[in-house]
Unconditional design. Sequence first.
Length: 416
Amino acid sequence: MKLPFLNNVLAKREPSPSSSITLKDFTMVYENDAKYKNYALQIAINKLADALALCEFQTFENKKPVQKDNWYLFNIEPNKNQNQSEFWSKVIYKMVYDDNGALVIQSKEGEFVVADDYDISEFAFYENIYSNIVLPGDFRLPGTRKESDVFHFKLHNSEVKKVIDSVYDDYGKLIAGTIRNYNRGNAIKMKLNIGAIFQQFKNNIVTKEDGTKVTEYDQVMDDMFDNRFKGIFTDQDSVTPMEEGLNLDPISATPGNTKSGSVTTRDISNTFEDIRDMVADAFGIPRGILKGDTADNEGMHKLFVNYPVRSLADNLQSEINRKLYGKNEVLKGNKLKIQTNMINTHDPVEFANAGEALLRVGAYSPNDILRKLGEETIDEDWAKVHYVTKNYERTDNLKGGDETNEEKSNSKSNQN
């Protein structure tokens, strides 16, 4: 099944608009100001993309799971140049970084491609119109596309990125100040005392190789700062010349995070942890997931899957079903379903009792259990069937049990 506009002409090669900003340009422009924020955002995007890549995009026909073209596109190869993991990673990246969300176009061959840039005209009672669509490789699609012709994925809260940007305005300045304090606190700072004897060289005039005349005092000082100190100092280090009779004392020491008051990298990392926690909270991801904590790993993993991942999967699933299949087909049981429970891994031994219980009540077929364990399914009819191995009955359909030996004996005596 394909989106309805597949018979339209393919894209032609044209240069992108000069206003379009590539990821490389974005990094170059904002590298100094937003690199810590972008790093925290990228961690969150990677976590969500990795989780989504582990999900199975199940496709159904007449309410029965099938593995045909759409299943292959969503689970293996959305297009010739990307696998499933790369494709969904870019989708999520665009959902976060692009204010308008991620736009996915289907090619004439049925492949899915994420647009690099586009414009959108929104309406209340008519379909939105997408124009100036630029695909990877600077391919610009001619004409426009209607809402029903594309997949348009947006975060439930499209303001998340703006809120993070706003809060980071202050944190970015705080990090810059912390780094400056670190460099200043750990740099070499020396005072060069200039005695009265050396001051006498100001009266001696010498001629330099280029013919200019300077005092011997200036010549020695220039040589000292330009040449002799180079082997000792770096860009952050400094020497201050002080004439005899002058003295410089610090007004107050710069506070640090150690008993001695010195500044360490912990100041910087602690501030970054605040930014990382802020991003985690914005996306509903447990803070320990982004940090890589192992304490209560199982509990955090469940929260991660049950909230941000399932919410994201539902968002994608709804958009795909309403555009690719449509109302009539979905009501018939022709649809796509993203199985987030495939993210969890199960130990065969630990899962044995639960698997046996799920099998005997008819909840899972043998193949369903194999999928849970990450094993290959069996291409046999009996492995696809659901079994009920216990005599479960409804309360309004209960039947009497077998007679006991005593009851049988009494019944036989009565007959005699």
